[in-house]
Design a protein around this ligand. Structure first.
Ligand SMILES: [Zn+2]
Length: 186
């Protein structure tokens, strides 16, 4: 089975129809049924449960199930949802600002002030990243404040972000992260 399609590859209506037709034809093999039943050995299934199970598996009614892997349709849905999610949390918002000259200046200023040293583990000259003490998404007005930046190595940065998210979840609530990032700040 082919896993995933190439990026940018568009499926015609014709192919889409064929795909859904093929999907409907998938029937779970005898071998697989046996394995499924072996999985339940020790447990005696009632006739009612057996009937329900077989009903469930007939004709690939379970949308998550495409034989061995997820169905193409399901994978497409997941991929689209991921892209949509990424757009809302700020692909459009972050890229231009992070790439801008101002941002680079801020980063360099932070590194210079901190003597190119990770401020947590004190390793010098590693792969440094500029961490926003108050997050980039929740505090847009502090994005280019020198005092809001700290030089961290990659490992310490990951830990710092984890802690930061915990704290800001308490301040802004669970769902606010996405909302604020999408520019709906109060
Ligand atoms: Zn470090």
């Amino acid at each position: 089975m082919q896993r995933g399609r190439r990026k940018g590859f568009k499926v015609s209506e014709e192919t889409r129809r064929k795909m859904s037709k093929a999907k409907k034809g998938i029937v779970i093999s005898e071998k697989h049924k046996k394995r499924l039943s072996e999985f339940h050995t020790g447990k005696k299934l009632s006739e009612e449960t057996k009937r329900k199970l077989s009903e469930l598996n007939k004709g690939n009614k379970n949308p998550n199930w495409g034989g061995k892997y997820h169905t193409k349709e399901w994978r497409r849905k997941v991929r689209e949802a991921m892209i949509k999610h990424w757009d809302t949390i700020g692909r459009k918002l972050r890229r231009p600002k992070h790439d801008s000259y101002k941002y680079n200046d801020w980063r360099t200023a932070v590194f210079t002030r901190d003597n190119w040293t990770c401020q947590t583990c004190r390793v010098r000259g590693g792969y440094l990243q500029a961490h926003h003490i108050k997050s980039f998404s929740n505090y847009p007005e502090l994005r280019l404040e020198l005092d809001n930046g700290v030089a961290l190595c990659r490992e310490c940065h990951i830990l710092a972000n984890r802690e930061q998210r915990k704290v800001e979840k308490l301040i802004f609530g669970k769902r606010s992260y996405n909302k604020l990032a999408a520019g709906k700040r109060k």
